[in-house]
Each structure stands twice: as C-alpha cells, then as structure tokens.
Design a protein around this ligand. Structure first.
Ligand SMILES: [Fe+2]
Length: 433
C-alpha cells in the first residue's frame, strides 16, 4: 500500500473507533431522541455507513447497492431531524453489522483503487476524505446529542495545557489583499473553493476567543435585558425564549454553574464561552463596543502569511495539529483555558483560532465567486443564502481531519447546542492605520 492509502486506512479506523465508542451504550440511550434538534444516536451511526456506501461503494467503485431499501431512511434531506424517531431505522446491533459490512468493502476498494486516477472522486483519495470528514462531523453531532442527553460516562475528559500566554487584547491586521479559500488542498470541500483575492481595510481582532468571565460580565451588566445590544430578530428570540445566559448555565448561590455531559460544575472563568447562539454573540460584541468579524476577516487573521504572500493551512503553518498546538480531536470534553496555545498563534498573533470552540462570524453562508458544486448540490449549495451564518475554526469536538484555515461550517443563528463561541473585531480608526 502507498503512504496515502495507509494514511486513509488509519484515518478510517480512527474515526470508526470513535463513532463506536460514542454509541457503546445501552440501546435505550441510542434509539431515543434526546432533543427535537438531534437524531437518535443510532440513526447517525447507520447514516455514516450509508453515506460511505453511497459515495465510496456505489459512486466511486460502481458496486451494487447492499441495502437500497434503507437509503430513504438515512437521507438527511428526506427526513428532518425532528421526524427521525418515527422512521423504521436499524436497531443498534443491525446498524453496527451494516456499517461493518460496508467498511469491509470500502477497505477492499481502497486496496484496489488507483489514487492517481484523474476521476475527481478518486484522485488523491477525495472520496475517502469525504467520508472520513463526514463521519468526524457526525461524531461531533453525536457529542452534542450526548451533551443534551446529560448522560455521564460516555465521553472521556482528559488533560489540557494551562492558560499561559500573555499578550494584547486585540491584534492588528493591516489593510490589504489576501487569498481566501483554496485550490490546492486535496480534501477541501466545494464551498472552500476556488481561491480568490479579497481586499480588506485594516481591522483589529481579539487575540483570544471571548471568555466566560467577560461573558458573565455582559450578563451581570444586564446585557440580556437591554434591547440596544440586540438585532430586532435577536431581541425577539431572547424575549420568546426567556434566555438569560449560555445554554447549560444556571445561577445558584451567587455562582455560575454549567452542566457538562451530565455533571454540574462551577463555570471555569478562564475558558472560552461556548453554547451561545449567533444572536448572543452579536449582542455581546455590540455591548463590548465591537462587532463580529466577517468570515474574510476571520480567515485572513487565521492563516494569511503576508510576508510569504500565501495562506497557511493552519495558523501556525503546515505542520499537522498536535496537542501542543490546538485543542482538537476530543482530547478533553471542554475548551482549553484562554492562552493555552501560544505556539499555535497565527502570523498576526491571534491564538486559539483553530480548536476549542467554533467561532460565529458576521457572514451569511454563500458560495465563493466561481463556486461549482461537487460532488453534489446538497453538500453546500442548497444552504446558500440568508438563512445560515458561517462558523469557523473547529471545536475541541472537531477532528484535525475536518479543520483547517479554509474550512467552513454553517448553522442557524439560533443554534446553541453546538460547541460554539466567538471572538470580536473592529474596524481600525483612521488614527490607528
Ligand atoms: Fe450526514
């Protein structure tokens, strides 16, 4: 086997081990719907196998469908999440059998395939990258479900580096063009392409994500009761839902508490805030006298190396993420303290851009100039428009295989169960330029 094939095989195994670990629980936990926002866990499990069958076995290798009768059940477009509990989905044992059977054939295809083949699905192992990233994204979704289920004991919680770095509150990004998106990263999705020049005026962006202490100050300053800070839609959302702080937070005895995977603990004030929706992030930014960064501002601050005239795949450079550089890949079930990764700083000095928490941006999800859907319209294109806001950078629950400077995620502005925080930005004043 070539190096690339070995790497693909190792990644397929690693992601499957994780999917199986998050579904190694009693059947009742797996088949129940814990929130109308989420699928039953066992649906996610068989869905990743079905996706792998559709794309690797059928589309790339031309293999006859194994179980065509279940395709509709696992088509995310045919059934919204809230309706999934009523589907005749496979039970836990059957789901594990099915995805194991698919996986065996996928490894045979990998063994036989020519990765230099010019077919865009096979070239550089694109179709394998597609299913690996897809399964990682579902593992993160499963973690959000487990968090909502509040069941302790399924998700492990490891050690993280302490918050050490000192530095300015904001870093400066001078005016100028940068190259946004990519033409060259082989496993990049259609929505990250093509690379294109974007010219931005000078701006400041927070060196670190907004922390729990700063967010608690916003709450204690009456931020949730002051319409000035909110957009009209955000204010309506706040009023209708009676929201007073991040999801999973409570206030008792003068202390903020949070519930994390079924355990309640004091909110650690030195961690990035998570489980806030776009409306909350946007309101906080206005209260702080700033705004959310646009998606382009976020990407330039994360990866643009002005001296070299090129974009880095990660803030620190080309090197794959390690535990010293970023909090990715479920090493612990929480974000790391602010300032834990000075070595992961971007060329402009922004830290923790990758890992810890997804970051809301001000930008609606849309195609870049020259966008072409590949391999199917339903991956990104059908979500373009003014319905979803872009999230960047990946969380502690995201895997390095599905995170990079150019990676784009998107969600509704009301979503809070995802592992999401934000940082603020502001346009540089004329005196600062
Ligand atoms: Fe999916």
């Amino acid at each position: 086997m070539t190096d690339l094939k070995e790497r693909i095989a190792a990644q397929l195994t690693a992601v499957r081990d994780r999917s199986l670990a998050y579904t190694a629980a009693e059947d009742d936990l797996l088949v129940r719907q814990h929130s109308p926002l989420m699928s039953p866990l066992v649906w996610d499990l068989a869905h990743v196998g079905n996706y792998e069958e559709l794309w690797v076995l059928r589309a790339a290798a031309g293999i006859t469908p194994l179980r065509p009768e279940i395709d509709d059940i696992y088509d995310a477009f045919k059934t919204p999440r809230r309706d999934r509990p009523s589907l005749p989905f496979l039970g836990p044992a059957e789901a594990r059998d099915y995805i194991g059977g698919v996986r065996g054939r996928v490894l045979d295809v990998l063994d036989a395939v020519d990765l230099a083949d010019p077919s865009p699905l096979r070239r550089d192992g694109f179709v394998f990258g597609l299913v690996i990233q897809h399964e990682h994204q579902h593992d993160e979704t499963m973690l959000a479900t487990l968090q909502l289920a509040g069941r302790p004991g399924v998700v492990r919680d490891g050690d993280l580096p302490p918050g050490l770095s000192a530095g300015p509150e904001e870093v400066y990004v001078p005016a100028g063009e940068f190259l946004m998106g990519t033409d060259s990263l082989p496993w990049a999705y259609d929505n990250e392409r093509p690379a294109h020049r974007v010219d931005l005026p000078a701006y400041w962006i927070d060196r670190l994500p907004v922390g729990n202490a700063a967010y608690a100050a916003f709450i204690e300053d009456g931020g949730y009761h002051d319409a000035r800070w909110w957009t009209p839609e955000g204010w309506r959302w706040r009023q209708e839902n009676g929201v007073f702080g991040p999801l999973f937070w409570t206030r008792e005895g003068g202390t903020w508490w949070r519930t994390r995977f079924g355990r309640t603990e004091p909110v650690p004030m030195d961690e990035p805030v998570q489980h806030v929706c776009w409306y909350e992030a946007d309101a906080y930014a206005r209260w702080a006298g700033k705004r959310l960064p646009t998606e382009a501002e976020w990407e330039k601050a994360c990866g643009w190396d002005a001296a070299a005239g090129r974009a880095r795949p990660y803030p620190w450079g080309e090197q794959d993420p390690t535990p010293e550089l970023a909090n990715l890949g479920h090493r612990a079930a929480r974000p790391a303290p602010l300032g834990a990764y000075p070595g992961g700083a971007s060329p402009y000095g922004a830290e923790q851009m990758v890992g810890d928490v997804w970051e809301w941006t001000a930008t609606w999800f849309d195609g870049y100039p020259g966008f072409r859907a590949f391999p199917y319209r339903e991956y990104s294109e059908v979500f373009f428009g003014r319905e979803y806001r872009v999230l960047r950078g990946g969380s502690w629950a995201a895997d390095p295989a599905a995170v990079r400077t150019t990676f784009r995620n998107w969600d509704y502005p009301i979503r809070r169960q995802i592992f999401t925080g934000f940082r603020c930005a502001r346009t540089a004043s004329p005196e600062e330029r």
